[in-house]
Ligand binder design. Structure first.
Ligand code: ADP
Ligand code: MG
Length: 328
């Protein structure tokens, strides 16, 4: 008997999600790999949240890496191993069944790296592998009319990259990818707090601040947050109060680079399609879409209505799922 199983994967810079046809999203894990450096080539000891939880709790020889952090595959072996582990977790049918895998990779990934992803999926047991463009998957997952003779604009803000694209007639008309996204926002918060308070905070704290009180536009019930870190003057622990307004200031330059990418993409859009975008608006996806007031700010700056998709963190993998359902 021949089983077939269809799997969609969003291989993101921050999070990897896996969709199984007939089941829905079954894996949502950070794109993190823990490796034991005592071995050569390095040995992967854990992937996903298990790997993330090992950070700081393991002997010195084990280190956690985010192999796709900057939107390129920095460590091919680690990426391949992570992908293999996730696929094996998702595949329940016999290894001889027809497994089809559709993978979405960040658009900065080169042709060589794409082929490497393809090979890793095959070695994990996939019979057929196809890759889908990230903005296309995001647009489909957000429910935009990508096949129509009508332009739609999608802005996906992930961890390592933000991608802005106009899609129409099933294709990407124009797009732009910038390496200023969620991770850079965290770095900007770290730098701001270091400069202003001589306080050193970690990446996780910075992300926490961003999620709890970060914003791109003033919002009601703005607050403050007590932040702990290391005093750079005497090396001792120290805490300070940080306000929403300060964090907005810290994020300003990064956000303005996102706005530039949106403007440039609009400028490169043929006039008829630009007219469609004025009607249909801009859709935000990816974890960064959840930054408070980002929709309002973009709306104000480019004067086009902005919508945040439902479940922005799931859009890309949902998009692969929709493609898999359609082609069969
Ligand atoms: P990728 O597709 O690159 O893996 P994701 O779409 O999973 O990235 O988004 C991850 C990014 O979204 C991280 O930088 C994370 O800090 C950010 N993020 C998640 N939730 C929020 C939130 N509520 N507010 C602001 N940023 C958020
Ligand atoms: Mg993504």
């Amino acid at each position: 008997m021949l089983f077939s199983q269809d799997i969609g994967i969003d291989l993101g810079t921050a999070n990897t999600l896996v969709f199984v046809k007939g089941k829905g999203i079954i894996i949502r894990e950070p794109s993190v790999v823990a490796v034991d450096q005592r071995y050569s080539p390095v040995r992967v000891v854990a992937v996903g949240s298990e790997a993330k939880n090992m950070i700081g709790r393991t002997p010195g020889s084990i280190g956690a890496v985010r192999p796709l952090r900057n939107g390129v595959i920095a460590d091919f072996d680690a990426t391949a191993e992570m992908l293999r582990k996730f696929i094996r977790k998702a595949v329940t049918a016999s290894p001889f069944s027809k497994t089809r895998v559709m993978i979405c990779v960040p658009s900065g990934v080169t042709e060589v790296e794409r082929r490497a992803v393809n090979d890793a999926a095959k070695s994990a047991g996939a019979r057929y592998v196809s890759l889908i463009e990230q903005p296309m998957a995001a647009a489909i997952g957000a429910g935009l009319p990508v096949e129509a003779a009508k332009g739609s604009m999608i802005v996906d803000i992930g961890g390592g990259t933000a991608e802005v694209a106009v899609v129409a007639l099933g294709d990407i008309v124009t797009s732009r990818s910038v390496k200023v996204a969620g991770d850079s926002y965290d770095e900007a918060i770290i730098n701001y707090i270091r400069r202003k308070y001589s306080l050193l905070i970690g990446e996780r704290t910075a992300e926490d601040i961003k999620i709890q009180i970060g914003s791109a536009f003033p919002y009601e019930s703005e607050g403050a947050m007590n932040v702990k870190g290391r005093n750079l003057v005497d090396g001792l622990p120290k805490d300070v109060e940080v306000t929403s307004e300060e964090i907005r200031e810290a994020l300003k330059d990064n956000i303005s680079q996102l706005l530039d990418a949106v403007r440039t993409t609009l400028e490169n859009t043929p006039p008829e399609l630009a007219a469609d975008i004025i009607d249909g608006g801009i859709t935000l996806t990816g974890g960064g879409a959840l930054l408070r007031g980002l929709d309002k700010l973009i709306e104000k700056e480019v004067k086009i209505p902005v919508t945040i998709s439902d479940n922005p963190l799931d859009c890309v993998v949902e998009g692969t799922g929709i493609c898999l359902e359609k082609h069969h």
